[in-house]
Design a protein around this ligand. Structure first.
Ligand code: AMP
Length: 214
């Protein structure tokens, strides 16, 4: 299965990707996670990406395209993959098509998760992430059993710097201007599937699987 999870920050892409990879036994490829890891390790990529990410801006296309090109050629992608947070611009989507075409492959599903801005802001400001395993929580909607401690691995939970309200507003603006045009791009290719992104995590998973299993 080769799928893209598309949608604004906070729509639940990462949460759903983590559930779907267990069902379909393919890797989740999240450019945001790869970039945060590069920042933590202070690699040249991380140093360059950080200034953009701190402001809620997109990292330049050529950097993320290079990451994805390398990642898709790894052996674990042979059975498929779920892209989470990539592509985010038309240029990235075109580069992805070219890379996949070179491998004799194409994307089958673009699952576009729809949530309105007021709900996204509520979700993102309450979001907490485990420093150790990356598991995502929400202080109101999906709190951990022990405050600031991960249920799965006992790691410490933290708030991403870019989940502060002013940065969230720039990320939503960037989404509207640069990423939302992908909806028309993939509609034109007849592989776009809109998914209502409100409801419980399980309800949204059921909607996603309904499309994939159809
Ligand atoms: P995310 O974890 O997907 O919300 O991504 C966090 C931040 O990483 C974004 O706000 C961007 O600064 C950067 N980023 C992640 N994926 C991409 C991408 N495909 N293109 C450009 N920047 C990205």
């Amino acid at each position: 299965m080769r799928a893209i999870l598309l949608g604004p920050p906070g729509c639940g892409k990462g949460t759903q990707a983590k559930i779907l990879i267990d069902t379909y036994r393919v890797p989740q490829i999240a450019t945001g996670d790869i970039l945060r890891e590069a920042i933590a390790q202070e690699t040249p990529l991380g140093v360059e990406a950080q200034s953009y990410m701190d402001k809620g801006l997109l990292v330049p296309d050529q950097l993320v395209i290079k990451i994805i090109e390398g990642r898709l050629k790894q052996a674990d992608c042979e059975s498929g993959f779920i892209l989470d947070g990539f592509p985010r611009t038309i240029a990235q989507a075109e580069a992805l098509d070219t890379t996949l075409a070179g491998m004799g492959l194409k994307i089958e599903y673009v699952l576009s998760i729809e949530v309105d801005d007021a709900e996204l802001i509520k979700r993102l400001t309450g979001r907490r992430i485990c420093r150790a395993c990356g598991e995502s929580y929400h202080m109101a909607f999906n709190p951990p059993h022990k405050k600031d401690i991960c249920d799965s691995c006992q790691g410490e939970l933290y708030q991403r710097d870019d989940d502060k309200e002013t940065t969230i507003r720039s990320r939503l603006k960037v989404y509207e201007e640069q990423t939302a045009p992908l909806i028309a791009f993939y509609t034109g290719k007849k592989i776009l599937y809109p998914i209502k992104g409100v409801g419980s995590i399980e309800e949204i998973t059921t909607r996603l699987k309904g499309v994939i299993n159809a």
